[in-house]
Design a protein around this ligand. Sequence first.
Ligand SMILES: Cc1cc2nc3c(=O)[nH]c(=O)nc-3n(C[C@H](O)[C@H](O)[C@H](O)COP(=O)(O)OP(=O)(O)OC[C@H]3O[C@@H](n4cnc5c(N)ncnc54)[C@H](O)[C@@H]3O)c2cc1C
Length: 504
Amino acid sequence: MPDAGLATGDHFDVAVLGSGFSGSLISWLLQTAGLRTVVIDRARHPRFAIGESSTPAANLILRTLAAEYGLPELAALSRFGTWRETWPGMRCGLKRGFSYFAHRAGEHLNPDRENHNQLLVAASVSDQVGDTHWYRAEVDSFLARRAQEHGAVLLEETEIRSATRRAGCWSFELKRDGLARTIEADFVVDATGAGQALVNCGGVESDPVRLQTSTRSIFAHVRSLPLWSDVLATVDPSSTGQHPFRCDDSAMHHLLEEGWMWWLRFHNGLTSVGFVIDEARKPFDENLTARVEWDELLAKYPSIQNAFRDAELVHPELIRTGKLQRMNRAVAGADWALLPSTAGFVDPLHSTGIAHTLSGVERLTRILTQLPAGPDRNAGLSAYSENVSRELEWIDTLVHGCYECLADFRKFTAFSMCYFAAATTYERRRLDNPRAIEQAFLCADDEQMRQAVTTLSAVSGQMAASDFETLCEEALRPFNHVGLFSPRHRNMYECTALPESSTT
Ligand SMILES: Cc1cc2nc3c(=O)[nH]c(=O)nc-3n(C[C@H](O)[C@H](O)[C@H](O)COP(=O)(O)OP(=O)(O)OC[C@H]3O[C@@H](n4cnc5c(N)ncnc54)[C@H](O)[C@@H]3O)c2cc1C
């Protein structure tokens, strides 16, 4: 993608650091709203990025943003059907919901008729209105191009060498094509994710917060991975008969002793796959290469290993991370803000990253475009900062509780309903009041829900599975609008989306 020209001393209303989907989207929105915006990235589009499984909440936010800023091409990305019709060249995958399969080491997985080792939760009622997996190289590139076409200045392959405040504005020393340049901006949005450019350049104080979850990941894109429904059919042809949708059209979770594995299928023959490993169950071993650890994990679970027999890793092959969790205490000040994915990250479980980050884009854009610099904006930014911190800690509670229940699928399923209750209640509240600027993501500001979930998490290890299930059902009753725990579902939920999001 060609860069726009760069002149030393250029002054912008907003500098956005990072041109992933969040940095590109907020640049597009701010520029559309009349703010002169520059977006700076050390990489060049298109490039690989992880974090691909979207959710109904993410799609609700996309539709709200599209309506608010008059961007119908953005709304098209919020449903599988309109995405494929409007942008057939941009790859995605169909996501009808979430699926979970509980494996035992050394044994083939054989789904039982009572569904004691499988759970499917459909969000949408049809493929047309389904959610999506984002093929990030193309989605991020698309959004960066849109920002650029609407007038934002996009600087790629540009190193941010320093960020300082001078005479009431930000000054950035950049290096690009071997040349040093300086630009200025009144406000800076950090969208560099784990890069945390503003913190690492000294522009903002580093104040790390410790989260409860402790996991790491090994992931890749693969070609020629067979359908999981076909793998199951070889064990028992009737085993998928109860599935409310094709289980491959989902964010698929294979639950394992040491963590879980995701499969996200795109319609270009590629599947995103990755292990998420609980550090407490299997600490990082520097003597193992990523490949050796990957092969060892596959070998432990025969059904998964069989599926991978002919699968081929594609560029960039295996990526192994260290500990995934990170969080910075301060999230915004009078002239700066971190988007949620830069402020912190918990875990891929529950696919919260894209939706949380979009909720940050939404709130921050409203603050910057509707509140002039001064006390009102400062108050808005302060509330944003508090909320994003609270939300990251809340996601940590929802995720950590699931890891605590990993060894017992019945408990895992019961505690997972905390997430589904929070997500569907958040969606409902958004639909009731889409313009509420302080809508906390996943109801993180709901004290009753937080109290209930915190208690459930604390007692999960001390109770029999059936008692824990009953307790979860009772505790979540005020937030259960979609029939969670209903015996008629028996772990096969046909639709949890609210009417607005399940229609075309
Ligand atoms: C293993 C894993 C799996 C995940 N799975 C999911 C999932 O299934 N669903 C989900 O919703 N979320 C998931 N997430 C979270 C998701 O990846 C993030 O929420 C999402 O990528 C955030 O997008 P972003 O645009 O804010 O940041 P990023 O995608 O991280 O983009 C940051 C951009 O900033 C640039 N950059 C970084 N540092 C600098 C620097 N110093 N200077 C200049 N530029 C810089 C990078 O080149 C990049 O273009 C996952 C995360 C991980 C780690």
